[in-house]
Design a protein around this ligand. Structure first.
Ligand code: CDP
Ligand code: CDP
Length: 227
């Protein structure tokens, strides 16, 4: 049996991070949330007052940020920044509003992609994002494109907010998701798109467990074949 790398891409709320994390657990693989890296840079830029269009200042900021995968024992292997946690601030509304603009810069993407490739250089990693199957790991043995209707994705985010005691308006969420999908899929550099060799998986009517089982089944087939 040969470990493989798994690329999971798709729009906001399609279930990428939840499904990728669980699939990684079941396969005894590492999980890398590449969106969290872009979110952390955005979080720091907001804190330092760096405008979203100042690519050079953003790049400079990024050079002082070191991402790593740290083994936290029972909690598993976690993405860390300068040795510590990324923090809940990366999920804030302010970060969500700005992250697509900041991640559209060519130099920022180039640097992030290099780091993500470095973190996934050994086989046995599940990565999720927008450009994993197309740019970060074009040779990944298994590529999945997760999607779901925009209404279902908005409903999921709404319920997630409710669970985390962050009351929100479902219509506002839908607008935000639609805006971010548009920015992510129309940007010039590495836009969100389904890789030619990716399996499309519509999660609109799938439970998390069903989506995970499907991906793990495909992964085990690939592991057996060693390709
Ligand atoms: O909110 P959601 O979990 O869907 O997004 P995320 O995965 O946390 O990613 C946040 C944002 O980072 C996306 O909307 C993209 O603008 C950007 N991103 C990217 O450009 N490339 C990636 N590989 C991952 C995220
Ligand atoms: O990473 P991405 O933005 O693609 O989605 P996520 O953060 O993994 O999932 C958004 C929400 O949808 C989470 O609260 C998941 O638990 C939920 N979800 C779901 O209800 N059914 C699925 N098949 C996948 C995710």
């Amino acid at each position: 049996m040969h470990k493989i790398n798994i690329a999971i891409d798709g729009p906001a709320g399609s279930g990428k991070s939840t499904v990728a994390r669980k699939a990684a657990e079941q396969l005894f693989y590492l999980y890398l949330d590449t969106g969290a890296m872009y979110r952390f840079l955005t979080f720091r830029a907001l804190r330092e007052g760096i405008p979203e269009h100042d690519e050079e200042a953003l790049l400079q900021l990024l050079t002082n940020i070191e991402f790593s995968l740290v083994n936290e024992g029972e909690k598993g292997v976690k993405l860390s920044v300068n040795g510590g946690p990324l923090g809940e601030g990366i999920r804030s509304q302010a970060v969500t509003e700005k992250v697509s603009a900041i991640s559209a810069h060519e130099k920022i993407r180039k640097e992030m992609v290099t780091r993500q490739q470095q973190l996934a250089k050994e086989k046995g990693v599940v990565l999720d994002g927008r450009d994993i199957g197309t740019f970060v790991l074009p040779e990944a043995e298994l590529k999945i494109y997760l999607y779901a209707s925009v209404d279902e994705r908005s409903r999921r985010r709404y319920l997630e907010n409710l669970e985390n005691h962050r009351p929100s308006d479902i219509d506002v969420i839908k607008e935000e998701i639609t805006r971010r999908d548009h920015l992510d899929s129309t940007r010039q550099i590495a836009p969100l798109t389904q890789a030619k060799d990716a399996f499309p998986l519509d999660t609109t009517n799938l439970t998390i467990e069903e989506a995970v089982a499907h991906i793990c089944h495909l992964a085990r087939e690939k592991e057996k074949k060693g390709q």
